[in-house]
Design a protein around this ligand. Structure first.
Ligand SMILES: Cc1cc2nc3c(=O)[nH]c(=O)nc-3n(C[C@H](O)[C@H](O)[C@H](O)COP(=O)(O)OP(=O)(O)OC[C@H]3O[C@@H](n4cnc5c(N)ncnc54)[C@H](O)[C@@H]3O)c2cc1C
Length: 484
């Protein structure tokens, strides 16, 4: 590795923080610019798409990519994962049939078995034979007679609360349970913050906005101007990584680089269900996006909190929420009303109306959930999708020239494919040893203490005005280091 080379990363979301961690672990001199006061502060995430089964519209090839990337991510960031499965239900009024999923699930199961054969350490989603299980009406009726389980471990035990509370007249059979887990944004933010602070090769500049970038005279590097505490500064770098999330186009525009992309504003809602005493899996009710029956997603946290998505215009989606870049600008322009929500506050009346709509959307299928209440402001943000296909879910990075990488992840699990592509480019430039390709530099992550992550995650949720419990998870961490 070259000790002379300086790498600049604009944006400390999941993409920018991961590549900062990755490259500074490999010994490169990295500066991470983040305009906010903490890392991983952009659009939310709650689901590890280990097979892409939430998206029936995407290709099997994308699903296999998401499976492989999720296994990789789970091995890299085990502390951020909530090890509980997901149930997929097809409502009776939906045009699809549960059987439509079976072919894909069987392909994914075989892929998972092959990955375990290649490397036994890939067995992070349980046995491949348990990757998914289908439940007939009769099997669900039988589970209704079982007692509630406080620490579920088998798929059947996880299914008990679903069997007892779901309106069985509203869904088709079989139901499917699949090993797609939860992903906690506060814990991921906490872990990368602690690791980056302990890495001497990483200069972490929070509250620092990059305002201007120009190519240097020899076209072999970049001058980056930035503002911190109203002070303007400038530094020279050899390689630029644009990880500015939905603002990636603003950095492209600074350099007059063209790019076609989409940006979409979406929100998920935080509810509290006081009456609930059971430990739930996540549940996804399929539905046609943008219609009143759009997909409903019910994501459990400790303390009776549930995060809710509903792919309708009254819940997660918004009129004019999806925008495109133009010939004059690589940055799709969101309406001011969305930027106001991102940069300032939501109106209380809107939080209330949309969270209530989300609760009712879920209560169609779980009637007892009707008593849930609004718990906090939503989890929300804008995400970018490279190109012009709004259904694209597996994407990672593009290069404009040899010294400029644009991170363009759509799902969090793509950050390691993104890191591999950037590493390859740095090897090609002679900045890294070829042996660095696809190694997973874990030293500082493995040294993290579970208790320290827990405290930092709760601090982040408190600062951002969310309930402390949603910085936690239902199932204790597998493979986390606990010294206390
Ligand atoms: C409602 C919703 C639900 C989602 N659920 C999931 C899910 O369950 N699972 C999943 O995998 N994905 C999910 N996603 C997608 C996921 O949130 C994004 O893919 C991911 O967060 C993008 O990370 P990023 O690092 O690319 O961007 P961001 O997190 O947006 O990070 C970009 C960072 O750059 C900083 N920045 C921008 N410009 C500058 C500048 N000029 N100077 C300094 N800093 C700058 C910003 O402040 C920001 O912190 C969801 C998205 C939404 C909207």
């Amino acid at each position: 590795m070259s000790t002379q080379v300086k790498i600049a990363i604009v944006g400390g979301g999941t993409a920018g923080s991961t590549i900062a961690l990755y490259l500074s672990e490999l010994g490169l001199d990295v500066t991470l610019f983040e305009q906010a006061s903490s890392l991983v502060n952009g659009p939310p995430f709650c689901h590890l798409h280990a097979g892409g089964n939430l998206y029936r519209e995407i290709s099997d090839a994308q699903c296999v990519t998401l499976l492989k990337e999720s296994i990789d991510l789970l091995r890299f960031y085990p502390f951020a994962v909530d090890y509980r499965p997901t149930v997929i239900a097809v409502p009776k009024n939906d045009k699809g049939k549960p059987g439509d999923l079976c072919q894909r699930l069987s392909t994914l199961q075989k892929e998972y078995a092959t990955l375990i054969q290649e490397d036994p350490a890939n067995k992070v989603l349980g046995e491949s034979s348990d990757y998914y299980k289908t439940y007939s009406y009769e099997a669900i009726k039988a589970l209704q007679k079982q007692p509630n389980i406080t620490n579920p471990t088998t798929l059947d035990e996880w299914m008990i609360p679903v069997a007892k509370n779901l309106d069985l007249n509203k869904v088709q059979f079989p139901l499917v349970m699949v090993q797609e887990y939860g992903l906690n944004l506060f814990r991921l933010g906490a872990g990368v913050t602690l690791a980056l602070k302990s890495l001497p090769k990483c200069q972490l500049l929070l509250d620092t906005k990059v305002t201007h970038i120009t190519a240097d005279e020899s076209k072999s590097g970049w001058y980056i101007a930035y503002e911190n505490n109203k002070q303007q500064e400038q530094q020279h770098f050899d390689f630029l990584i644009n990880a500015a999330g939905f603002r990636t186009g603003l950095v492209d525009d600074m350099l007059a680089f063209e790019r076609e992309r989409l940006v979409e504003f979406k929100a998920a809602y935080v509810s509290k269900w006081e009456e609930n005493t059971q430990v739930w899996p996540e549940i996804v009710f399929y539905g046609e996006r943008g219609t009143p029956q759009g997909m409903a997603q019910f994501t459990p946290y400790p303390g009776g909190y549930f995060q809710l998505h509903g792919m309708t215009k009254e819940i997660t989606l918004f009129d004019n929420g999806l925008v495109r870049s133009t010939q004059n600008s690589a940055q799709p322009k969101l309406d001011r009303a969305f930027l106001k929500r991102i940069e300032q506050k939501w109106e209380f009346s809107e939080v209330d109306a949309r969270t209530q709509a989300a609760i009712e959307h879920i209560a169609q299928y779980i009637p007892s959930f009707k008593s849930a209440k609004v718990a906090s402001k939503p989890l929300f943000g804008a995400q970018q999708i490279p190109g012009d296909d709004a259904t694209l879910r597996a994407a990672n990075v593009s290069f404009v020239n040899q010294r400029y990488a644009r991170c363009e992840i759509v799902k969090v699990s793509s950050v390691l494919s993104m890191s591999d592509a950037i590493t390859k480019q740095l090897i090609m430039l002679g900045y890294l040893n070829p042996l660095a390709y696809q190694i997973r530099p874990l030293k500082h992550l493995q040294e993290l203490d579970e208790q320290a992550i827990k405290i930092e995650a709760k601090k982040l949720s408190l600062e951002r005005e969310y309930p402390l419990d949603i910085a936690d998870r239902i199932v204790p961490c597998l493979g986390c280091k606990t010294t206390l």
